[in-house]
Design a binder for this molecule. Sequence first.
Ligand code: SF4
Ligand code: SF4
Length: 449
Amino acid sequence: MSDILEKIRNAGVVGAGGAGFPTHVKFARACEYILLNGAECEPMLEVDQQIASVHTKKLFGAMTALVELTGAKGGIFALKEKYHDAIRNVDAALPAFPKLCRHVLSNSYPAGDEHVLVYEVFKRIVPEGGIPLDVGVVVLNVETLYNIASALEDRPVIEKYLTVAGEVKNPATLKVPVGVSFGEVIGACGGPTVKDWVAVDGGPMMGRLVFDPQEPVSKTTKGILLLPRDHPLAISKGRDMTEMMRLAKIACCHCMLCTDVCPRYLLGHKLRPDKLMRLAAYNSTCEHDAAATEAFLCCECGLCETACIMGLQPWKLNKELKVRMNAAGIKNPHHERPERVNPFREYRLFPVTKLTHRLGLSKYIGRKAPLREEFPSPVEKVVLKLKQHIGAPAEPIVAPGDVVERGQMVAWGEGPVSAHVHSSISGVVRAVEKDRIVVEATTDGRENE
Ligand code: SF4
Ligand code: SF4
């Protein structure tokens, strides 16, 4: 492994914008281009656009190192046209970096889906069930590239940028220690503005509901969106599969609107959510039907629900089907390489403004979430999950009572697909559990500022 990849691995860098794929693994094969994903297409999140605007030169340095490492033809910064500050700063820095350029994306959802992004930038279609590297591209999230830049300075991933928005007094984009609780982060933003609230971990489309304020921030937490507990979005996210399928049997009119907007279907993949809903409505053991394997092609972007006039959730069915098929040892049989996209694709791109309105989030738009790089209050305790990434959990290498320094490795990511975990504060290890390590600050936390 090269020095650069070793540094990335040692720092515990994982994809900061999604499932947390260990980053060093992404560069195991040669690539033609490195593509920076600055779409951040979920409404209300502002992390990547602000990092791209404020830390432009740091990103350029890391991208240049990666282009040289991989022998790629170049690095491309893909940003949405509405991120004016980031585009201005990227354009100002570009002339000094002949192998780098930028691409401007429209304000549609899900522009940040890797398959969609690769098509928008290169007009190449990633095969069904494939990854961008299958067409020569490695895609990196903006914050992931920022963490790579820090790793090259031997600084591990111990902090996380996230946007706190919705029903909170002072929306902000904060840099917080990994492992701090959602409750403390919300408190740092002035607290909630409604009594009965629920948090969404991530964006409103793909984020999951969090009810416990003690939930720790992980390396992949991109946002904390506070909603009233009776907000339609919170209700639909909380609806269980049984109830959703009961509604589907009654209400699905097979209109195909879900399929019409599906970004993977529009790329030419054989994913037809309307058909899967029909199967499920009439066959409770649909995971044994070969057609159900189309669910493997779903990226769970949730757009099918937004388009559905009956408020049904094909993405939820697909997610459930994948779990059941994986448990049954059924593999994805779909690996076609479409030669062309759906001819209506460009007319069916879904504008984010329309999406925001449909989600009932318009009242929160326009409230800026300015960047604050210092966490405002002392952190007394962090809870470090051993699995903040795809792959095997990290193995603890500390024991209760051990004194640890900020940035010290506390869990080792064994094997090709795993990631190390480091302590985000100086303190004493109070507990080592099956899935987490708890560290308490030895003072009132001021040493960590
Ligand atoms: S959009 Fe809704 S009602 Fe129409 S086919 Fe899809 S799930 Fe059924
Ligand atoms: S979540 Fe829905 S719209 Fe998105 S890829 Fe899956 S089926 Fe298509």
